[in-house]
Design a protein around this ligand. Structure first.
Ligand SMILES: Cc1cc2nc3c(=O)[nH]c(=O)nc-3n(C[C@H](O)[C@H](O)[C@H](O)COP(=O)(O)OP(=O)(O)OC[C@H]3O[C@@H](n4cnc5c(N)ncnc54)[C@H](O)[C@@H]3O)c2cc1C
Length: 295
């Protein structure tokens, strides 16, 4: 099946497709070559239809949110990238929210505050969408999406819609069965509880400790059990270490920043150097938190 045929079906379903779209325009790393096809469904029915059409024609698809946890290769993506960022909508009540996949976490947090709940305050400063945050089980030490999810509406690999309870989502530390099995999150129900997080305090802490304003994808590595990846990288003397235009942040050693014009290859090389040096120095293998998409 050719891209032109897939694009024709998508356009017939009302979903516009762009060719050779630079993924660097859609990721917070500002890195990534062209996607053969790229679309932004405007509603949940359009998302369901776009996923169904790509799969029906056995065409490779990648579902992207805000692109804040991802490193695409320099040669881009062979297939269609379906970006959810235009799929918005929050239905709120006094007990929780029903949020569309493309809604930014910041607006879910704001909607919760309007209803008098600060229990989503822990999401302050995480620049993702609700769908991406569910798939990655985003959070901070002590609190993650899995703590507030009541249910998740998905499209499964057979294009069936289903509502998953938290125990069916296989949540772990910055991971989920949703991500592993490439299920597509359409929306999520989040519940309020009595855990209170002050967004202003968390944002101030981020400003002090993280390279806010520089292009990055957040923490590159997961913390090893009982430890801190950032502290190990810092103690290994790698803060500020640079490959081309990619640099281990001088502010937070678990961030790699794009100084402007970095390539995916440079970032991958820097990731390898950091891993090797930390392993050589501390015999600790660092696992990736950022998703590195194969070229
Ligand atoms: C400055 C900065 C700070 C950060 N701080 C944190 C932090 O404190 N805690 C934290 O956990 N993360 C943090 N991150 C990482 C990132 O913001 C989160 O992982 C976020 O939840 C990713 O959401 P996204 O929409 O950008 O997902 P993307 O990066 O677009 O995608 C990530 C993964 O989710 C999948 N995905 C996206 N949408 C869907 C969907 N609708 N259905 C199924 N799968 C989907 C993608 O296929 C991909 O596998 C930070 C990033 C930055 C740049």
């Amino acid at each position: 099946m050719t891209l032109a045929a897939v694009a024709r079906s998508l356009r017939a379903a009302g979903v516009d497709v762009r060719y050779d779209e630079p993924l660097s325009d859609h990721t917070t790393f500002r890195v990534g070559g062209p996607a053969d096809g790229y679309c932004e469904p405007q509603s949940i029915p359009e998302l369901v239809e776009a996923v169904r059409l790509c799969r029906a024609q056995a065409f490779p698809l990648f579902v992207l949110g805000a692109g804040s946890n991802i490193l695409f290769p320099d040669d881009g993506h062979r297939g269609v990238v379906i970006c959810t960022k235009s799929i918005r909508g929050v239905a709120a009540s006094s007990t929780g929210l029903d949020v569309a996949a493309g809604e930014p976490l910041s607006s879910a947090l704001a909607a919760a505050e309007e209803w008098g709940s600060r229990s989503l305050g822990f999401l302050a400063g995480i620049p993702g969408t609700v769908g991406g945050a569910v798939a990655t089980n985003a959070g901070i030490p002590g609190r993650a999406m899995s703590d507030v999810i009541e249910s998740v509406s998905i499209i499964d690999p057979a294009n069936q819609s289903a509502e998953l309870a938290p125990r069916e989502c296989g949540f772990g530390y910055r991971t989920s069965r949703i991500r592993d099995r490439r299920l597509v999150v359409v929306s999520a129900k989040l519940r309020f509880d009595h855990e209170i997080y002050d967004p202003a305090v968390l944002l101030a802490r981020r400003r002090t400790t993280q390279p806010i304003g520089q292009a990055s994808a957040g923490c590159v590595f997961r913390n090893p059990p009982g430890g801190s990846a950032g502290a190990l990288i810092d103690q290994a003397g790698l803060k500020g270490f640079t490959v081309g235009r990619a640099q281990v942040s001088e502010k937070h050693a678990n961030f790699i920043v794009n100084l402007g014009g970095a390539t995916s290859a440079e970032i991958c090389k820097l990731i390898d150097i950091v891993r090797q040096k930390v392993y050589k120095t501390y015999q600790v293998s660092l696992d990736l938190e950022v998703e590195v998409v194969a070229g």
